[in-house]
Ligand binder design. Structure first.
Ligand SMILES: Nc1ncnc2c1ncn2[C@@H]1O[C@H](COP(=O)(O)OP(=O)(O)OP(=O)(O)O)[C@@H](O)[C@H]1O
Ligand SMILES: [Mg+2]
Length: 411
């Protein structure tokens, strides 16, 4: 086991593509670190540089304190698990798992003993003599894991190892990988574009956009304190709602108000107190973020008191445990470099300077909500749970403390 550290690591492919730029990452001994980001952001490139499958253009890579930039892949003592599993079709499960040990001329008796121990751990013992084609997808994935584990490497490197599995199996294997990694305590660098996988597996999660690290933090920290619009919009499902708003200095009951299109809600002093940078933005447009679960139907009996916004429920998706309620605010949407990149990731295109006058929103309501498609709705939310970002830079206005939401305590 070992720590893995990247210092200002960059990759420029021969055709000039800057796939990874100045990546700094320190993965502690035994830590599970997940690299996450949209397709093409440079995740696989970063992982392959650590594995030794791709040359490092500049910067330094250390594994267990050893400078390994120029060390061949086979001498780095890391084990890689690929999306494709890369099993040998003509070899049995036993030989697939033991292959790396055979290459290293480990004694046959020891190979057998180690392979069987790993097969036990992975529930593959009964299948040791089968060929990969006679295994289910999940079992093949386990064989690929077994091949990595049996070598006792200093680090595991995994590139979307679950993406070929169906949704149910993926959830099951996710739990299994998490358990195994904890048991073995092997330093792990895991690549995925699935933010749910990232959040559930990672001790820490590193979010990458276009080859550049945006933020690396524990999952809940990323969720509560995203540093910019990109991280805010990428982490969370359904995604954080982003809409343009203006903080107006107040009159009457509250010192400040938040204007969202034609509606205005009072903004408690505590919000400005915990977000000091926001005071300077009073009177100008900012990006306002509201997570779907921080909204509730105001007519639900036990909804906490608080400001509401009126709209029409355009679509209600009943998911059993919750309702996803789509509505529209007559406030401009947020179009920045970050939100354009987020839109691209889901196959949409935003054009700067062409903000729409309305913004679609999604709220997660309690199933007790009587909301009806096509009918008007009052959406209650907690101003303490709002996020604020600079429209020009996309950076979050610093926020000291965001208290956990009380609204969905029943969820
Ligand atoms: N051999 C190569 N030569 C030139 N460009 C490459 C090469 N391999 C990858 N790229 C480019 O480098 C960038 C990063 O690619 P990479 O495969 O690391 O992304 P990724 O984050 O793993 O994406 P995905 O989620 O789709 O697997 C992309 O723009 C890609 O087109
Ligand atoms: Mg990839």
């Amino acid at each position: 086991m070992a720590e893995v550290s990247l210092t200002s690591v960059s990759k420029t492919y021969p055709d000039g593509t800057h796939a990874v730029r100045d990546l700094d990452l320190d993965i502690a001994d035994g830590e599970f670190l997940v690299l996450v980001g949209p397709s093409g952001c440079g995740k696989s490139t970063a992982l392959r540089m650590v594995a030794g499958l791709e040359a490092i253009s500049s910067g330094e890579l250390r594994i267990g304190g050893r400078h390994v930039n120029n060390v061949a892949a086979r001498d780095r003592d890391v084990a890689m698990v690929f999306q494709s599993y890369a099993l040998y079709p003509h070899l049995s499960v036993r030989d697939n798992i033991g292959f790396g040990l055979q290459l290293r001329k480990v004694r046959k008796a020891e190979i057998n003993q180690r392979v069987e121990a790993v097969a036990h751990t992975l529930g593959l013992f009964e299948h040791l003599d089968r060929k990969p084609r006679n295994l289910s997808g999940g079992q093949r994935q386990r064989v690929a894991m077994g091949r990595a584990i049996v070598r006792n490497p200093q680090a595991f490197l995994m590139d979307e190892p679950l993406s070929n599995l169906d949704a149910k199996l993926r959830v099951q294997m996710r739990a299994e990988i998490s358990r195994l990694q904890r048991e073995l305590g092997v330093t792990t660098l895991y690549v995925t574009h699935d933010q749910v996988e990232a959040m559930t597996l990672g001790d820490r999660v590193a979010v990458i956009k276009k080859g550049v690290l945006q933020q690396v933090a524990a999952p809940q920290e990323l969720y509560e304190h995203p540093v910019n619009l990109f991280v805010a919009g990428f982490i969370g499902s359904p995604a954080m709602n982003l809409v343009q708003g203006t903080i107006e200095s107040g009159d009457g009951d509250a010192a400040h108000h938040l204007r969202l299109g034609s509606q205005r809600i009072p903004l408690p002093d505590s919000v400005l107190a915990r977000t000091p940078g926001l005071r300077a933005a009073v009177g100008t447009a900012v990006a306002v973020g509201i997570r779907p679960e921080d909204m509730e139907d105001a007519s639900v009996a036990d909804a906490e008191p608080g400001p509401t916004l009126g709209s029409t429920a355009e679509l209600v998706e009943a998911l059993g445990a919750e309702l996803l309620v789509h509505f529209v605010l007559d406030a401009a949407d947020v179009v920045t470099e970050d939100t354009k990149e987020l839109a691209r990731d889901v196959g949409q295109e935003l054009t700067e300077g062409e903000e729409t006058a309305t913004t679609p929103m999604i709220a997660r309501f309690s199933p007790r909500s009587p909301v009806q498609e096509g009918a008007s709705v009052r959406v209650r939310f907690d101003p303490e749970r709002l996020y604020f970002f600079d429209l020009a830079t996309g950076e979050a206005f610093d926020s000291a403390d965001r208290t956990p939401t009380q609204m969905r305590g029943d969820a």
